[in-house]
Ligand binder design. Sequence first.
Ligand code: AMP
Length: 214
Amino acid sequence: MRLVLLGAPGAGKGTQAKKLIEKNNMPQISTGDLLRAAVGEGTDLGKEAKSFMDKGELVPDSVVLGMVEERLQKDDARNGFILDGFPRNTAQAEALDAMLDKLGMPLDAALSVDVPLEDLMKRLTGRRTCKGCGQMYNIYFSAPATENECEKCGGELYQRDDDQEATIQKRLEVYQEQTAPLIDYYGGKGILKSVSGTGNIEEIFNNVVSTLGL
Ligand code: AMP
């Protein structure tokens, strides 16, 4: 299945994507993760991206599109993929359609994970990620048994630089203005599906699986 995950920052796209890849053998392609890796490695691309990410703004399309095009051509994407955090605006969605047309791999679905705006702030300020294995926690809703320690691998937890309150506000604004219109974009193409992203992670996942017919 070739799938785009849509939803505001903090809607749980990454969590659901990780569960989907455990169930189905396909890669999760997260532009946020790819960009954070480039920032961590200190590459030129990473340095350019960081200034936008720290402000909660979108990294220029030219940077992100090149990264995605390269990733989609790897062998493991041939049997399907989950795009998480991409596309983020209409220009990226159009470029993605053109790329996938060229590769002969059109999208099967765009799944919107819907969470009310007022819940997103707490989800994002409370978010913590394991440095070791990437497992995610939330200090308000799903805290680890021992503070700051991953239950899976014992790794230390960290808070993303862009999960600070002022940056979050900006990211939510950017989502409303630039990314939310993609719901209509994919609706118009007849491939939009949606699930509620509120409640228990397992329940949400069961809905995701049945909505996608997996
Ligand atoms: P995420 O992990 O998806 O919330 O992304 C974190 C940050 O990376 C965003 O706030 C943007 O600055 C940048 N980013 C991630 N994906 C994209 C994208 N598709 N287009 C532009 N910027 C992106």
